[in-house]
Design a protein. Sequence first.
Length: 320
Amino acid sequence: MTYGRWREQMYDYKEELRKIEEEITNQLELFLKAEEYYKNGEFKESAELYRQSAFPVTGEDCYNWGVVLNKGINGIQYPELAIKYFKQAADKYDYMSAQRVLTDFYYFGKVSGTPDYEQAYYYAKQAAKNSDGYGKYMVGLLYYNGEYVEKDYNEARKNFENVGCCCVKTDNIMMYTYYILGVMSYKGQGGKTNFSVAKEYFEEYLEEKDREYDAEVYYYLGMIYLKAENYLRDIDRSYLYFKMSEEIKEDDENEFWIGILSCALGDENVVNKESDTWLRKAEAHGNKMAKKCLADDNIKAKYVKEAKGNKDVFDKNSNR
């Protein structure tokens, strides 16, 4: 089992992780002393310490050295040396864990302080070739955002859809994948808009742990149940999901639709205290249509009627 896998399963292998870090740290301390002797011209001393430090001779060895150097020895980090050994593992030995780390380092600017999307794409492709789910996801993300490569939703979708087929999937990668595939299916990116498929992806997302986009997912589910023209249409659920989204993060679009649906689910009387409370909140957050509905009961009545009757007005008040 590689050090990378120990890191992912550290709760099951804490003692093994401690031992391997201790062993590599001891090797690296000898190596760093040898480097210091060499720079000072003390070649005999440096040669002996180099021999004792046991240079890495496999991809796993190089990767492990990179991990420990990046983490730090005695409180001191060695980022340049860490990159050197990660690249040796990735390029010379085609070591997938190193390719994944370098993808992350270059994409998020951990090497030079600014993102290097070209290098991120290169290492993501190498990791993806080795059936790494994170590599596939990052290739998809680069195509989705048009970073280094030309924006291409079809290519992005193809890579995202293949993440689940990969042999290695890092923590939370499926959570991110389900979310972005749900958004793409909702918006018709890389294919036609399909609310049923979007709903399935968002529900898969909600099964994952340590989620980050619950407010957005609840909003999209609210819109799906509001906009769908088939069996999916359910304004009770739509109202519920907008409320759930609003509880996590206040948003003028949630507030607008909660206000409209408060009437649509009631007696359709536009003079509705709950509805007006939500519309005033949406107006305060900059929602222009809420302002118009509060100023003119006829405009509000139109939205309420069309929300109940599934008319095509929804996109007029959605920026997403």
